[in-house]
Design a binder for this molecule. Structure first.
Ligand code: AMP
Ligand code: TRP
Length: 339
C-alpha cells in the first residue's frame, strides 16, 4: 500500500478524557473512494486510539431501499468492505443497526423532544423529496432522529464522517441538548471528526462523489472498471491543448493524487508546466488507485466467499455492545418516568 492510511483526528485537542467513537454507514453496496478518503480511513485510524463502534445502518437504508434481498446482500457487502479496508473486530465493534433494536425505542423517545420544523428543514430531507417524490415516507423525515439515537445510545462523542453529514451532526447535538435540557444531563453532545479530504468530488469534477449521482470510483471494482472510471474524469476544463499549462489546484485528478502516492507535488509540477498531459496524469492515478486497493480487494473477495464468517463477526459485535445499550435505556427510562 502506497499511502498512509492513518490521518489524525482533527478534533483531538479538546476531547473528553475517554471519548467513545461511533459512526454509521449505509449499506449501499461496495464503497467508493469518497467514502474511504472522507470517512473510512478515519474509522480505521481511530480504532487504535479510542473505543470505537461502527454500524451498518440498515434501518436508515429502508427509507430508500425496499427489496429485502438487496438490503441483505448490501449489508454483508458493506461489512466485508469495512473489514477489508482495515476494521479489526479485535480492536473495534462492527455491527448491524437492526441487531441492536434498542435504538428504535430511543429514536421514538427522541422524537418527543424534536420539533418537526427542525426535521423539515434538514437539507437531505429536502433533497430526498426531490429525488424520490413518489416515496416521501415518514422515515425520511425522522432519519436524523434515528441517527442521533445511534450515536448517543452508546454515549459516543466523536463521529468520523464526511462533510456532507455536518447538518445531521448539528441536529444530533440539538436533539441531545433538548433532551438534556428537559430531563437532565444524560448524553454528551456528539461532534464530527473529519479527515483531510472531507469532501471528495466525483468523476464529473463538480459534485460530491456519490453513488446516487453515478460519479464514483469504486474501490472493489475490477481494475478495468476503475481504469474506465478514472479515464472518464473531468479535468481542468480550461486546459484545451496538450501544450496548455494545467491548473492542478482546480483539477480533481490532481487533487486525488495527493492521496495516492507520495510525489503529488511532482505530478502537479508536470501539469503546471505541460510536461505531462491529462491522459498521462489519469493513467498514473488509475494505476495507483488499483495498486492501493489491491490487497483490500483480495481480502474483500475472501470475506465475501465466507458469508458465515462475516455474519459471525456482526453477531458478536451486536452482542458485545448490548450492555451499553441496556444501561443507557435503563437510565433514560428512569429519567423520563417510564416503567
Ligand atoms: P454514505 O455512503 O452516504 O452512507 O456515506 C458514508 C460515509 O462516507 C459518510 O461518513 C459520508 O460523509 C462519507 N462520504 C460519502 N461520500 C463522500 C464524499 N464524496 N466525500 C467525503 N466523504 C464522503
Ligand atoms: N446518515 C449517515 C450517512 O448517510 C449514516 C449514519 C446513520 C450515521 N447513523 C449514523 C453516521 C450515526 C454517523 C453516525 O452517511
Amino acid at each position: 500500500m502506497t499511502t498512509d492510511r492513518s490521518p489524525a483526528p482533527t478534533a483531538a485537542s479538546t476531547l473528553p478524557a475517554n471519548p467513545r467513537i461511533f459512526s454509521g454507514i449505509q449499506p449501499s453496496g461496495a464503497p467508493h473512494i469518497g467514502n474511504d478518503l472522507g470517512a473510512i480511513r478515519n474509522y480505521v485510524a481511530l480504532q487504535d486510539r479510542y473505543e470505537a463502534i461502527y454500524c451498518i445502518v440498515d434501518y436508515h437504508a429502508l427509507t430508500s431501499t425496499h427489496d429485502p434481498d438487496v438490503l441483505r446482500t448490501r449489508t454483508r457487502e458493506m461489512a466485508a468492505a469495512l473489514l477489508a479496508l482495515g476494521l479489526d473486530p479485535e480492536r473495534c465493534t462492527l455491527f448491524v443497526q437492526s441487531h441492536r433494536p434498542e435504538v428504535t425505542e430511543l429514536a421514538w423517545l427522541f422524537t418527543t423532544v424534536t420539533p418537526v420544523a427542525w426535521l423539515q428543514r434538514t437539507p437531505t430531507y429536502k433533497e430526498k423529496r426531490q429525488s424520490q417524490p413518489e416515496d416521501v415516507n415518514h422515515g425520511l423525515l425522522t432519519y436524523p432522529v434515528l441517527q442521533a439515537a445511534d450515536i448517543v445510545l452508546y454515549k459516543a462523542s466523536l463521529v468520523p464522517v464526511g462533510k456532507d453529514q455536518a447538518a445531521h451532526l448539528e441536529l444530533s447535538r440539538e436533539i441531545v441538548r433538548a433532551f438534556n435540557g428537559r430531563y437532565g444531563e444524560t448524553f454528551p453532545e456528539p461532534r464530527a471528526v473529519h479527515t483531510d479530504a472531507p469532501v471528495v468530488l466525483g468523476t464529473d469534477g463538480a459534485r460530491k462523489m456519490s453513488k446516487s449521482v453515478g460519479n464514483t470510483i469504486e474501490i472493489f471494482a475490477e481494475p478495468d472498471v476503475i481504469r474506465r472510471q478514472v479515464m472518464g474524469m473531468v479535468t481542468d476544463t480550461q486546459r484545451i491543448l496538450r501544450s496548455d499549462p494545467g491548473r492542478p489546484e482546480v483539477c480533481n485528478v490532481c487533487r486525488l493524487h495527493r492521496f495516492f502516492g507520495d510525489d503529488y507535488e511532482e505530478v502537479w509540477e508536470g501539469e503546471r508546466t505541460a510536461r505531462t498531459g491529462c491522459v498521462d496524469t489519469k493513467k498514473l492515478l488509475a494505476a495507483r488507485i488499483i495498486a492501493h486497493y489491491a490487497e483490500p480487494r483480495e481480502r474483500y473477495l475472501e470475506l465475501m466467499a465466507d458469508p458465515a464468517g462475516v455474519d459471525r463477526i456482526l453477531a458478536e459485535g451486536a452482542e458485545r455492545i448490548r450492555p451499553i445499550a441496556r444501561a443507557t435505556m435503563d437510565e433514560v427510562h428512569e429519567r423520563m418516568g417510564l416503567r
